[in-house]
Design a protein around this ligand. Structure first.
Ligand SMILES: C[S@@+](CC[C@H](N)C(=O)[O-])C[C@H]1O[C@@H](n2cnc3c(N)ncnc32)[C@H](O)[C@@H]1O
Ligand code: SF4
Length: 393
């Protein structure tokens, strides 16, 4: 039996943040939640008809967005109940909801718990008003702190996100802010370096040279301080941007990084799932929420893409994902599942990267070193280059 994840994308936000390129839209006033519920359920039905469900055990459900804390708890509950009824479900299934810290949504956390949510991931981003404003956030620092407190009161499994690399941010100030964040005592934190994504308002500002972000040197200092503090506070950096205590890894994200199977529903959701004919498929649904809904009503699914994952893609994905986590890639597991032995495919690149201190490799594992976690893309590129040239010769 294999692990299975279910990702539910909720593509709406109260307002759009200038740095964000996730699939999010301002909800239309006539949005019917019952219609939405029916559409999500139909999507689950579609995948149920494609897979051999006896082969899978549902180990995580993840409501992501967008802002899924805007969902009515009844809708969340209906989806969870339906999934539990139709999939073989693990006793300790992790059910995460991403939540924004506005007061109305924090007020709903208890209802989300009753609906079956057992893990909360809050989008805090900053703990001071000046930076929250610069990031275009609608909540205040006080609301952020209240939201964390309420989440901790209701759930044991709480994480929150912070973004660093903000205008005028100094290592000293960040150090204090990070310490304040840690002192809330959550077992898990996600610390993201601000990336400037194409098509966002921040990107336009950057092109006009009007986006004031810290210099590369300052970012490096901020980054170094982050690793120092997290380590001395007993957090394990188990993925590039994710830190946890006592192995409270996000099970759902671990599925992605270990290239396991997951179903993706909701507008613009990605999935990777082995159908009953044995083919591992990649799926993407329509991005536009109206088109998504319309397509489900008409065809019973909203797939914009549904195709087998090629061997080359499989290798690339295994490396790109697997080298992001400190545990690295389990060579034996990958060989058993995809019939590829990564160790034999790029011996020279592996030796080179080991000598450079970027990875460690043995018969069963290839894993990034602490330093290697900063160069996942270049490491993958080097490995793929040798794999490709071997395949072509
Ligand atoms: C899809 S968002 C959902 C969370 C929720 N909507 C919120 O904003 O509070 C997940 C996380 O991605 C991070 N994120 C989004 N865009 C980013 C960017 N350009 N750079 C760094 N982190 C980003 C933020 O920390 C955010 O909390
Ligand atoms: S960061 Fe969160 S709230 Fe802001 S636009 Fe993106 S998904 Fe929406």
């Amino acid at each position: 039996v294999r692990q299975l994840g279910l990702y539910i994308h909720f593509p709406y936000c109260e307002s759009l943040c200038p740095y964000c390129d996730f699939n999010s839209h301002i909800p239309s006033l006539n949005q019917s939640f019952l219609e939405l519920q029916a559409a999500y359920i139909q999507e689950i039905d579609y995948f149920l008809s494609k897979i051999d469900k006896t082969q899978f055990c549902l180990s995580s459900i993840f409501f992501g967005g967008g802002t899924p804390s805007l969902m009515p708890p009844e809708l969340v509950n209906a989806i969870i109940q339906y999934a539990k009824l139709h999939f073989i479900t693990s006793d300790d299934v992790e059910i995460t909801l991403e939540s924004n810290p506005s007061s109305t949504e924090s007020g709903k956390l208890q209802q989300f718990k009753q609906a079956g949510i057992n893990r909360i991931s809050l989008g805090i981003q900053a703990l001071n008003d000046k930076d929250l404003q610069w990031l275009g956030r609608k909540h205040t620092a006080i609301e952020a702190k209240k939201a964390i407190a309420i989440a901790i009161n209701n759930f044991t499994n709480v994480s929150f996100d912070l973004i660093y690399g903000r205008k005028d941010q100094t290592p000293q100030f960040w150090q204090q802010e990070l310490q304040e964040a840690i002192d809330f005592g959550t077992p898990h934190l996600s610390l993201y370096n601000l990336t400037i994504e194409k098509g966002t308002p921040f990107y336009t500002l950057m092109r006009k040279q009007q986006l004031q972000i810290p210099s590369e040197n300052t970012i490096c200092d901020i980054y170094d301080i982050t690793q120092q503090i997290m380590q001395s506070e007993g957090f394990e950096r188990y993925e590039v941007s994710n830190y946890s205590k006592n192995m409270t890894y996000c099970k759902h994200n671990m599925l992605y990084w270990q290239v396991q199977d997951y179903i993706g529903i909701g507008a613009g959701a990605h999935g990777r799932i082995t159908y009953s004919n044995g083919e591992r498929m990649q799926t993407i649904t329509h991005h536009n929420p109206q088109k998504w809904q319309h397509s489900i009503t008409k065809y019973g699914n909203a797939l914009q893409k549904e195709q087998p994952i090629t061997l080359h893609e499989q290798i690339k994905e295994t490396l790109l994902m697997g080298l992001r986590i400190s545990h690295g890639i389990n060579i034996t597991d990958i060989e058993r599942r995809f019939y590829i032995n990564l160790n034999n495919m790029a011996p020279m690149a592996i030796e080179h990267l080991v000598n450079k201190g970027l990875i460690v490799a043995n018969n069963t594992t290839i894993a990034p070193t602490a330093g290697g976690l900063n160069f996942v893309n270049s490491i993958t590129k080097l490995l793929l280059h040798e794999i490709d040239s071997n395949n072509n010769s």
